[in-house]
Design a binder for this molecule. Structure first.
Ligand code: DX5
Ligand code: ZN
Length: 218
C-alpha cells in the first residue's frame, strides 16, 4: 500500500523558540523534521546554519530525523559540519554545483543520506541521471526562498515521471503543500511531504498533521 511521511518545515515558526517548535512538531505526529538552510545567495533569504542544527539536535535528542534542505551556493562547504552537527540527510540543489557526482560521494562518506533538489525551472531529466545514486529526489513546488507561497501543481508531472522510472526512490515535495494540495502529491507518488505554514501556522498542528496523514496512509 502507498504511504508517505509528513515532515513539517519549521521555517515559518517562531525562530526564537526553534528547539521547542521542533519538539512540538514531533509531539504532534511529525514523521521527520525538514530544516531549511538559506545562505542569502542561492536564495534571497537567510535562515540558519550548522551551529543551530547542533543546538537543535541537543534539544530534541537523537531520534528525530533531520532532513536538511540546503538552499546554498556552495553545498560542498557544509557537508562535514552538518554531519557533525547531527544531520541525517543532506539535500543539495542541482543548480548549485558543477559536480554532483563527487558531492554525492562526499555526503555518503560523511554518513548522511543523500537528497538532490530541483527548482521549478529545472527539468526532471537533469535530475534523472543521478537518481540511481541518491536516496531522495526533492521536487520543489515553489521557488525556494520563502514559506507560505502558492503550490505549483504543474510540477506534478515531474513527480509522476520520477515515480514511474524509480519505484523505490524517496520523492519529496516542498512548497505550498497542505490539506488542500496534498492529494495531488499523493496521486503523483510523492512519499515525503513537506508542509510548512499549513502545519506550523495552524492553531492546531496536531489536527492538520492527522488530516495530512489521512490522505497518505492507507
Ligand atoms: C521554501 C522552503 C520550504 C518552505 C515550505 O523555500 O524550502 O521548505 O518552508 O513552507 P510552505 O509549506 O509554507 O510553502
Ligand atoms: Zn524546504
Amino acid at each position: 500500500a502507498y504511504t508517505a511521511k509528513i515532515g513539517p518545515s519549521v521555517l515559518s515558526s517562531d525562530l526564537s523558540q526553534l528547539g521547542r517548535e521542533c519538539e512540538r512538531m514531533m509531539e504532534c505526529g511529525a514523521d521527520y523534521l525538514h530544516l531549511d538552510v538559506m545562505d542569502g545567495h542561492f536564495v534571497p533569504n537567510i535562515t540558519f546554519g550548522h551551529p543551530m542544527v547542533e543546538c537543535l539536535r541537543k534539544a530534541v535528542g537523537p531520534n528525530p530525523f533531520f532532513d536538511m534542505h540546503m538552499m546554498v551556493s556552495r553545498p560542498e562547504q557544509w557537508v562535514k559540519p552538518m554531519a557533525a552537527a547531527g544531520a541525517n540527510q543532506y539535500t543539495f540543489h542541482l543548480e548549485a554545483t558543477t559536480n554532483p557526482g563527487s558531492l554525492i560521494k562526499e555526503i555518503r562518506e560523511s554518513g548522511m543520506k543523500v537528497g538532490l533538489a530541483i527548482k521549478p525551472g529545472t527539468t526532471v531529466e537533469e535530475l534523472a541521471q543521478w537518481a540511481g545514486q541518491i536516496d531522495m529526489a526533492l521536487v520543489m513546488t515553489v521557488e525556494p526562498g520563502f514559506g507560505g507561497q502558492k503550490f505549483m501543481e504543474d510540477m506534478m508531472p515531474k513527480v509522476s515521471w520520477l515515480r514511474s522510472q524509480f519505484p523505490s526512490l524517496d520523492i519529496e515535495v516542498d512548497g505550498g503543500v497542505g490539506p488542500d494540495t496534498i492529494h495531488r502529491c499523493a496521486e503523483a507518488g510523492a512519499n515525503m511531504i513537506v508542509s510548512g505554514s499549513a502545519v506550523v501556522g495552524s492553531a492546531d498542528p496536531r489536527s492538520v498533521i492527522a488530516l495530512l496523514k489521512d490522505v497518505v496512509l492507507e
